[in-house]
Every structure is written in structure tokens, then in C-alpha cells.
Design a protein around this ligand. Structure first.
Ligand code: CP
Ligand code: NVA
Length: 331
């Protein structure tokens, strides 16, 4: 049956079949080719979307804005200080109001339940731009980047996520790999492995069983062997900055280094990172933490700038994949 996602919210890849994810990736490729060829789109002509950001963003916000405008739509951006949302007006009431004005709503913030509640009440598609436990639009961009750089079908690809294996990116990756029949290894300290939600893991393993995916958790470097993708993310996610001392102590052995790339025994291994990344001391945060004695770099500058690193292709793909999500779901 032909895939039709009109009117659907995009809250987590868990809600989508492998065929639907395939459809979004193929649509992303078409839209990227169209943009490269300079062909103007009009799929969102006369449509309005609102972007709600309770956490900061560069890529996700810019991707939604450019994607929408490229297709002829209009965008309103609201951060946590510039609306009544969440402070003077409930999520339910706000969702109902936004649903009267807009054809789609993007939300970035804390609780997954909040984005679900928006979707329940808005009457228009809601897109998850990152919560504490998921980042589904990022995974679409990552899958597209993998398909562009690795000459194997996704179900033959091994991804090793190094570091904070219980964060939103690691969770999102578990879902993405399970859905697409991939091999995922969460490589990080046993203490963090224990913190991974058991019910969530059970659900992911049930999906993996259906698709032939392998979802593993490991604390030993042997798991790096034959990896096609080494992935990492910041050690302290937005809102978790107080954990920096503890995380630096725990995660320094999982910093992505040239030795780690070699340990994959795969000369074509690629390095991916959702960004923003700490790979040098050119940021106020890396600098100030170093002054306090904490080296928060999750990847070396050498790896970040190496031929293996595809992080800026990946960042660009945020826009093409987010465009696909908006175009596919807006009615
Ligand atoms: N990868 C990502 O979501 O980046 P931003 O935080 O800049 O949106
Ligand atoms: N884990 C990171 C991802 C940023 C895109 C965070 O939530 O801050």
C-alpha cells in the first residue's frame, strides 16, 4: 500500500513503520536533489508553521525555517520567553490555539509527554524537535548521511554510539536502528547502562526481533570492531550541566579518538555527531570548564577534522530530512 503520512504527527520513530521511514528518506533525497538543481518548491504554499523552543538550537531551528520557506510556507518562532505557553497558559489550551492558527507545530523541550500532549490537542501535525528522551528528526538526517557515505544497505550497517549511552540521542538511535534492522551498540560505562529505561529497552528489543536488528550495550572496546559508524554526543545534555564533573570522570575513556577509529579495523569507518560538539577549546563552555579542571571534549579535534568525519554533511541533511517530514505530514 502507498505510504500516506498526511495529518500524522512526528513524535518518535517508534510510531513509524520501516516502510514509512524509508518513504521519508527517499522523499528527503528527492527534495535535496531538487534544491541542488535550484528548483523552487511550493508544497507549503499558503501554509503556516510555528516553532516552539524551550531549549536552545542552531540546526533544528534553522532547518525548520529554511525547509518551510523553501517550499513557500511561513514560520513563527517562539522561545520560552516570548509566549504565554507553559507559563500563563496550559499545554492543552496553547495547543488548541496554535491549531487554529497553524498547519503544523514544532516543539523542542524537556518532557516527551509534553510533545505528546500538544499532538493530542492541536488537531494539526506536531513534530518533535528534541526532548529529554528522543530526537527523531536527527536520526532521519543520520540515516540519510549513512546512505550517502556507506555503500551497504542500512540493515548491514553497524553503529557504535560512544559515551552518554542513556541520553536522548542514544535512545533515538536505539529506535532508529531497531526499526531499520541495523546493528546498534551503546558503548559506555556500566553505571550508565544500568540507567537505561528497562521498559524502553524491552520495547526496542521487540521491534529488533521483528526487523532482524541487533541492539547491544557494551563497556569493552572489543565492540568497536567492524563498526561502520562511530557516533558520539556531548557528555552533558541541555539541562544536565551540573553533571559535568561526574560525566567527565566517567566518560573520558569513551572519548572518540584516532585509536578508537583504528580499533574498528575498518578504514572506511565514518564519524558522526549530531552537533554542537566539544572538540577543541574554541567555545566559552569548553574553556570555562577546562579552567575548572574538566576537559569536556567528547571527541578529539583530530577525529572531528579527519577524512572519516561527515558531521557537516550530516548537519546539512537536517534541513532536507526535516523538509521531508513537514511536506509529508502537512495536510
Ligand atoms: N543537532 C541538533 O539538534 O542541533 P541544534 O541543537 O543546534 O538544533
Ligand atoms: N544530547 C544533546 C543533543 C543536542 C542536539 C542534548 O540534548 O543537549
Amino acid at each position: 500500500m502507498a505510504v500516506n503520512l498526511k495529518g500524522r504527527s512526528f513524535l518518535t520513530l517508534m510510531d513509524f513503520t520501516p516502510e514509512e521511514i524509508r518513504y521519508l528518506l527517499d522523499l528527503s533525497k528527492d527534495l535535496k536533489a531538487k534544491k541542488r538543481a535550484g528548483i523552487e518548491g511550493n508544497a507549503l504554499k499558503g501554509k503556516n508553521i510555528v516553532l516552539l523552543f524551550e531549549k536552545t538550537s542552531t540546526r533544528t531551528r534553522c532547518a525548520f525555517e529554511v525547509a518551510c520557506v523553501d517550499e513557500g510556507g511561513h514560520v513563527t518562532f517562539l522561545d520560552s520567553n516570548s509566549s504565554q505557553f507553559g507559563k500563563k497558559e496550559s499545554v492543552e489550551d496553547s495547543a488548541k490555539v496554535f491549531g487554529r492558527f497553524y498547519d503544523g507545530i514544532e516543539y523542542r523541550g524537556y518532557k516527551q509527554e509534553l510533545v505528546e500532549s500538544l499532538a493530542k490537542h492541536a488537531g494539526v501535525p506536531v513534530w518533535n524537535g528534541l526532548t529529554d528522551v528522543d530526537h527523531p528528526t536527527q536520526i532521519l538526517a543520520d540515516l540519510l548521511t549513512i546512505e550517502e557515505h556507506i555503500a551497504k544497505p542500512l540493515n548491514k550497517v553497524k553503529v557504535v554510539f560512544c559515551g552518554d549511552i542513556r541520553n536522548n540521542m542514544s535512545y533515538a538511535w536505539m529506535i532508529g536502528c531497531a526499526k531499520m534492522g541495523m546493528h546498534y551498540v551503546a558503548y559506555g560505562p556500566a553505571k550508565l547502562a544500568e540507567e537505561i529505561d528497562k521498559d524502553f529497552l524491552e520495547k526496542v528489543q521487540a521491534v529488533a526481533k521483528e526487523t532482524g536488528a541487533t541492539i547491544e550495550i557494551s563497556s569493552t572496546p572489543e565492540c568497536l570492531k567492524n563498526a561502520d559508524v562511530l557516533y558520539t554526543d556531548v557528555w552533558a545534555s541541555m539541562g544536565e550541566e551540573a553533571q559535568i564533573p561526574e560525566k567527565v570522570a566517567m566518560l573520558t575513556p569513551y572519548k572518540v579518538t584516532a585509536e578508537m577509529l583504528s580499533a574498528t579495523e575498518n578504514d572506511d569507518v565514518i564519524f558522526l555527531h549530531c552537533l554542537p560538539a566539544f572538540h577543541d577549546f574554541e567555545t566559552a563552555m569548553a574553556k570555562s570548564q577546562m579552567e575548572l579542571g574538566y576537559d569536556i571534549r567528547e571527541v578529539t579535534d583530530e577525529v572531528f577534522r579527519s577524512r572519516h568525519s561527515k558531521v557537516f554533511d550530516e548537519a546539512e541533511n537536517r534541513m532536507h530530512t526535516i523538509k521531508a517530514v513537514i511536506v509529508a505530514t502537512i495536510s
